[in-house]
Design a protein around this ligand. Sequence first.
Ligand SMILES: [Zn+2]
Length: 473
Amino acid sequence: MKIFNTLTRQKEDFKPIEPGKIRMYVCGPTVYNYIHLGNARSAIAFDTIRRYFEFKGYQVTYVSNFTDVDDRMIQEARREKITVPQLADRFITAFLKDTAALNIEPASLHPRATHEIDAIIAFIQVLIAKGAAYEADGDVYFRTRSFPNYGQLSGQNIEALENGASEHVDPVEQARKEDPLDFALWKARKRSDEIAWPSPWSLGRPGWHIECSVMSTKYLGDTIDIHGGGEDLEFPHHENEIAQSEAKTGKTFVHYWMHNGFVTVGPEAQKMSKSLHNFVTVHDLLKSVEPQTLRFFMASVQYRRPINYSLNNLKQATIILDRFQQAFQTAQFRLTKDGQSVVSPELKEMIDRTEKQFVSAMDDDFNVQNALSAIYDLLPVMNQHLTEKTVDLAQVKRFCQDLSSWLRVFGVTLKQETTALKENDDHVQKLLAARKKARQEKDWDRSDELREQLERLGVHVQDTPQGMRWTRD
Ligand SMILES: [Zn+2]
């Protein structure tokens, strides 16, 4: 299996630290608002990656944090006249609800920065003791130049960084730093009404970068297999995480760095930004878009590529998803009808080949497009086979199982044909039975009338050589 490692900028053979086990950390959202499509993209990309590892039999420990204190959290809480933890609780609940709707598995652990203050302080103390950090007027800064490999992940040299370092910086912070390249690990509070925790240096709060180093090493160990996040986190966030973690432990922090591409919006493929007012939140979107469709659409683009969110692209994904669903239900229907089974070596060979293609595409840095094309190409063959008088029931059964487990990797749960009707549907059951009887008696007018009645209830009836088949919206 090959994974593109941002650190080396090439696809590398994947070797986990411990055979059969994967430890991965993915940077989570700052919880001051509903998640937008960019957050959803990252969560979906890494959930799909995690699901594929699980499909391959790996045991995955997946940690993803909540940044529940920072300048934006403080400002937003102040604006709404609530506390920072109240704001965080509200949007963590919303995050869990939105991600559940998108069928994103909860992380093995979702640590929160403000619940880790003691661990963060202890981590910073080690950095100070090692000379990698220093206190200045209640703040603590990382001594960037003390870390020789700084700039390695984002492929930048220290001189180039130096030139850009003095832009957009708070003048108070700037005056406290030994060097413009240094970054904050601990920030003394600026106002007496600001949320703060006691520390050896000041009443204050942790910087953003340090929380991920602390939570990753605390819950997954000094060295982990995979660290993921959006490509906008590559610099400075992940660069700083490497510097902090490796300066503390003296060990490699992460073996494989993975970054997902961004999301553009609309037919002109604009990048989402505050100034364009085109931040689409999942909360709003799910009022009009079916969650499974959105999930499938976002999972069907390889994680490193940009996603263009538009109604047209969403529609394309809906069509493909419907075809998978229809083929699955047709196959399921055929399995409920006993009949003579014939062996079809051709069909077996085609499913064998699809299984191989799916795995080799996904093994190639999660090439989901190729994996989906392989499955898609199997559909006409299967659909053709399902119209035959006798079918290979063993292969049809295998197709249903394979299709379910392949699509589960994409976060799609295929609907079972027989679970579409609910228990309290006596009325529908009676109509179906009446229609069956009408057809046996060749009373076509009555049969058509019953079909219309069922249609009005959202039940679609179809007559096949194997008998009557129904589906429901
Ligand atoms: Zn992070």
